[in-house]
Write a protein that binds this ligand. Structure first.
Ligand SMILES: Cc1cc2nc3c(=O)[nH]c(=O)nc-3n(C[C@H](O)[C@H](O)[C@H](O)COP(=O)(O)OP(=O)(O)OC[C@H]3O[C@@H](n4cnc5c(N)ncnc54)[C@H](O)[C@@H]3O)c2cc1C
Length: 401
């Protein structure tokens, strides 16, 4: 599908990267995605292929062995990958957020140690804020770090770690009371720890357990887990940036670029749903003509394509704003909100156009229908995006009286 979701002003290198990824998606991902997803099977061969393409180091600076590409290039690649299978974009996303946080906030030693291995895909990242009792309200985190000599001792339970089992490095946000007197606001008494571990399940490091995969309605193939810390000892030099109390800001910075990424996923899934619907509508006949010739169906296709275009434009705008070095929380919040809502609506319309066959597991739209809801939740729900957007608007449009 060439006509929709074009991006003006890309360099030759960007065009080359995005079209290479698109080819890979068409040949290596789309043909196997639905079968692997139904089996909830980790797509090892696809991941190996992405490693070879250098996708794990796309935004890591060249001096650390990455490709040093922009957020826009990254987001366009994610859009292509999600068009093939959203779970695969999830495998890259947490890795990308952790690499970004290291690049922005890590000490020199942390960057030198982690980034080259992350660029090669040898170390794979996950990030962990959510707990069983909280997701939106990050300030309510109860997991704790207590200083003990040159180490910190971490205790608590984390929830919903994408790539919790397959990763070997988890950026974990906990409350750290050390150095922060009673009454310090919650966001100033949190610290991100860089926790290395063995991939897999069970006790993956003394004091650290990954119990197993959470069973999900969609977004299968990629593992989502809990993480239990019980006297987990982490050396002080694995505090991200070397200073405690900055974790909340570091994580919010990571989530901000993550939101562009989720918007890009919404764009990719919606594009695929449109492709499936527009093809099906021209093959299925009712009342003596292809259903695409009924105006009601044509109107649906028109609405879907308009949503695909609008979401893509907002996602590209948010990525470009960040790439220009400016704060993009407003644009990222809007793009994430719009792209995820539109994705759900476009998928729903594609499902309706498939009639009864949309309900059959033999049709790809069945998988997309179960995947789209995750985008309404991940990296902040619609309500949280609206809170961010609203707050920022009131700052920008402050009433002067
Ligand atoms: C498949 C999957 C993968 C995930 N991966 C990760 C991961 O890798 N790392 C990680 O840290 N987390 C991850 N999450 C967690 C995700 O970020 C949270 O689920 C999400 O932030 C919402 O939090 P919650 O589920 O606790 O919902 P809650 O915060 O309990 O919210 C419940 C409802 O209340 C609404 N709400 C909450 N506060 C307000 C308010 N102030 N005003 C109005 N409405 C409000 C919400 O919008 C929502 O509708 C993942 C979740 C899923 C489902």
């Amino acid at each position: 599908m060439a006509r929709l979701a074009q991006t003006a002003g890309l360099t030759d290198v960007q065009q080359e990267i995005v079209s290479t990824v698109r080819d890979f998606v068409d040949k290596e991902i789309i043909p196997v995605a639905t079968e692997l997803e139904h089996r909830d099977e980790y797509p090892q061969q696809i991941v190996d292929g992405l490693k070879e393409l250098g996708l794990f180091g796309l935004m890591i600076p060249e001096e650390y062995g990455g490709l040093g590409e922009s957020l826009l290039t990254y987001a366009l690649c994610v859009e292509e990958i999600a068009r093939g299978w959203m779970s695969v974009s999830g495998i890259i996303n947490t890795h990308f957020i952790v690499a970004y946080m290291l690049k922005q906030h890590g000490t020199q030693e942390q960057k030198d140690y982690f980034l080259p291995k992350m660029a090669a895909g040898e170390i794979r990242g996950a990030f962990s804020m959510s707990e069983p009792g909280l997701g939106s309200d990050v300030s309510a985190i109860t997991s704790k770090a207590v200083k003990d000599g040159d180490e910190y001792v971490l205790t608590g339970q984390k929830m919903w770690l994408t790539n919790g089992g397959t990763s070997s490095l988890v950026a974990v946000l906990v409350r750290s009371d050390e150095g922060h007197p009673e009454g310090t606001p919650p966001h100033k008494s949190m610290t991100t720890f860089l926790v290395e571990k063995e991939p897999g399940f069970g006790e993956v490091r003394p004091g650290l357990t990954i119990p197993g995969k959470i069973e999900k309605m969609g977004y299968k193939g990629v593992d989502t887990t809990e993480l239990i810390m019980d006297g987990l000892r982490i050396p002080a030099d694995r505090v991200l940036g070397g200073v405690t109390g900055r974790g909340f800001y570091q994580m919010m910075d990571g989530v901000e670029v993550g939101r562009v990424n989720v918007a890009a996923r919404g764009c990719g899934v919606a594009q695929r749903a449109f492709e499936l619907a527009v093809a099906y509508a021209q093959q299925r006949h009712t009342f003596g003509k292809p259903i695409a010739q009924h105006q009601a169906i044509q109107f649906k296709l028109a609405e879907m394509a308009t949503k695909v275009e609008a979401a893509h434009a907002m996602m590209v705008n948010a990525a470009r704003k960040k790439d220009s070095g400016q704060r993009n929380d407003l644009e990222a919040g809007m793009a994430k909100y719009l792209a995820s809502e539109y994705c759900k609506e476009v998928v729903e319309d594609a499902f309706r156009i498939h009639g009864g066959y949309g309900f059959s597991k033999e049709y790809e739209i069945e998988r997309l229908y179960r995947e789209a809801p995750m985008l309404l939740i991940g990296e902040g729900t619609a309500e949280i995006q609206k809170m961010i957007i609203g707050r920022r608007l009131l700052e920008e449009y402050r009433f002067q009286g």
